[in-house]
Design a protein around this ligand. Structure first.
Ligand code: MG
Length: 219
């Protein structure tokens, strides 16, 4: 942590202490994996060691035979807080990032069957590729923005954040009643439908509205 010195939140991935991810936050995605839509947010953690900057490759872990892409809008926290009321939640947002919640689907399916946590399936190194920081001015309408993902040029996911089950302010309120949100934390807001496998040698491109496009290869 940077102590009392001012931090540059654009570099959130270099100092942020947690990634809080939300599962099943788009109805069509919950349905495609045979899950019901939660009545309260389903949250889990990914370690900051899973961050991957652009220009680097996603690594398929040994023992994973089904690595899935999930494109998600990430919310970067800029002001710490706990039990944040929804009405003030957006004051705690510094900006955004486009992210991939890479998932070892085979390991996750096994964990679900065993009643075990998702940590393995979600936590490997390189499992959280991210874009550059996006300012709040650039993304004026986070609740109604297209996000998409292509594998080797073929569209796989094409969704809109307006289809989120739980809104960004609701998620910030909910999560901050459980764990303090700190400057540099990232909230992954869930993925639209169309998740699927990638294998070594493929290239993922993903984008957020007209704001940015990012590219990652699978090693
Ligand atoms: Mg996800």
């Amino acid at each position: 942590m940077a102590g009392r010195a001012a931090v540059d939140v654009r570099a959130f991935a270099s100092f942020g202490r947690k990634i809080v991810a939300v599962g099943r936050n788009y109805r069509e995605h919950a349905a495609e994996l045979g899950n019901t839509v939660p009545t309260v947010p389903l949250i889990f953690l990914k370690p900051p060691s899973s961050y991957l900057g652009e220009g680097n490759s996603i690594i398929v872990p040994d023992g994973c035979s089904e690595l899935h892409h999930e494109v998600e809008l990430g919310v970067v926290i800029g002001k710490p807080g706990r039990t944040i009321p929804e009405s003030h939640a957006m004051d705690h947002v510094a900006g955004y990032a486009l992210a991939l919640d890479m998932t070892a689907r085979d390991l996750q399916t096994a964990a679900k069957k065993a009643g075990a946590p998702w940590t393995l399936a979600k936590g490997y190194d390189t499992f959280c590729p991210i874009s550059r920081f996006i300012t709040k001015d650039e993304l004026a309408c986070p609740e109604n923005t297209q996000l998409w993902l292509k594998v080797d040029g073929t569209m796989k996911q094409d969704g809109n954040t307006k289809d989120m089950v739980f809104t960004i302010p609701h998620l910030i309120g909910y999560i901050s009643r459980i764990m303090s949100l700190e400057t540099g934390d990232l909230i992954l807001t869930g993925t639209p439908s169309g998740v699927g496998p990638v294998v070594s040698g493929q290239t993922i491109t993903a984008g957020l509205g007209d704001i940015l496009e990012m590219k990652f290869s699978v090693a």
